[in-house]
Ligand binder design. Structure first.
Ligand code: NAD
Ligand code: SER
Length: 314
């Protein structure tokens, strides 16, 4: 029987829905408490409505369920954050402080908090971007993630907080919708391919970005959280590599299954965000420290995405 009681904050988003399903399989439904600022019509219990900025309610929920681990997923993503920079900073930073302080006070034992490829900026080497390199993010989202990483490492070194983190690439899955990021096109494209056999992309044809199929990302997250503490040598956040491709390449992959699929391009404000990010990631630290290995390539992901989504459009 699991001795862990897990709280997911932001559980109704793109990652949270899939993470909750996986954690509940491993730890038992009653031991994985979901929470979000918005409740779904078909919400599965146990669930609590929680605004992460409400520190008092966070404490009440943690006490009520004897929570030992928190996965903090509530945040504004890159595109949404640019539209409301002050609130993005408030949510992304104060949400993290509320959870870090729970661990500092010894109330919880372990934290998962995701960072992003957005911590890198236009002066970072863009190919095979290493773990340690120039980092000058120029989006409010990237700035909040970089500051968050520094605070995670600080809380670990100064107060012994067991916080673990991954710099996710753009995540692609069929079970849940993306929540306002620059990489969201790589999910929308599969829906539009099945619905209309065409897609208008908000990034240009040659904009390569690091991406990952959601099952790989969920497995990485749980593997990192379950790794012995001594293997987790980086307490800011780990680079994690999966697949790198541009819109032209994902379109070509879709054409292998949907001949005649067409793509057109109308770049918007998200182009500048994408242009400031790496094109591919070097994740040798994650591989060496806790054994990370991705499973899915572009065509393998395309096949699964289309197979699973096609019922929605028949
Ligand atoms: P999402 O936008 O899909 O989900 C976020 C969830 O948080 C939503 O369900 C939202 O209702 C909830 N939320 C928002 N404000 C809240 C608040 N004040 N209190 C409680 N809940 C609140 O985001 P996601 O894609 O699932 O991302 C989760 C985390 O992973 C974020 O920190 C994000 O920066 C990071 N990340 C995601 C990606 C990606 O491609 N999805 C890549 C890199 C990093
Ligand atoms: N997928 C995320 C975004 O585009 C990267 O952190 O915002």
């Amino acid at each position: 029987m699991s001795t862990e009681r897990i709280l997911i904050i932001g559980s109704n988003g793109q990652i949270g829905l899939e993470l909750a399903e996986n954690l509940r399989k491993s730890y038992g439904s009653e031991n994985v408490i979901c929470s979000d600022v918005r409740k779904l019509d078909n919400q599965i219990a146990p669930f609590e409505t929680l605004d992460i900025l409400d520190q008092t309610k966070l404490h009440e929920i943690v006490k009520k369920y004897n929570i030992t681990q928190v996965y903090l997923l509530a945040a504004l993503l890159s595109a949404t954050a640019e539209k409301n920079p002050k609130f993005a900073w408030d949510l992304n930073m104060n949400g993290l402080f509320h959870v870090l302080d729970l661990a500092k006070e010894g109330i919880i034992k372990k934290i998962y908090w995701p960072s992003s490829i957005a911590v890198f900026g236009p002066t970072t080497p863009r190919q095979n971007t290493p773990q340690y390199t120039v980092m000058e993010p120029n989006t409010i989202y990237g700035i909040s993630k970089q500051a968050g990483e520094r605070y995670c490492e600080y809380y670990h070194q100064k107060y012994g907080v067991d916080v673990r983190s991954i710099r996710y690439p753009g995540l692609i899955g069929w079970k849940s919708a993306p929540g306002g990021g620059t990489t969201d096109y790589a999910v929308h494209i599969y829906h539009e391919a099945l619905k209309n056999k065409s897609y208008e992309c908000f990034l240009s044809a040659e904009t390569a970005l690091p991406m990952m199929y959601m099952p790989d990302a969920i497995r990485a997250t749980i593997e990192l959280m379950e790794a012995p503490a001594e293997q987790v040598k980086i307490r800011s956040s780990y680079n994690l590599g999966g697949i790198s491709f541009n819109p032209e390449e994902i379109a070509a992959s879709i054409r292998k299954y949907i001949p005649g699929f067409t793509i057109s391009y109308k770049p918007d404000f998200r182009q500048a965000i994408a242009d400031s990010w790496p094109q591919s990631i070097n994740d040798s630290e994650a591989r060496n420290h806790w054994g990370w290995k991705p499973e899915f390539d572009l065509d393998g992901m395309t096949k699964e995405m289309l197979d699973n989504l096609k019922a929605d459009y028949q």
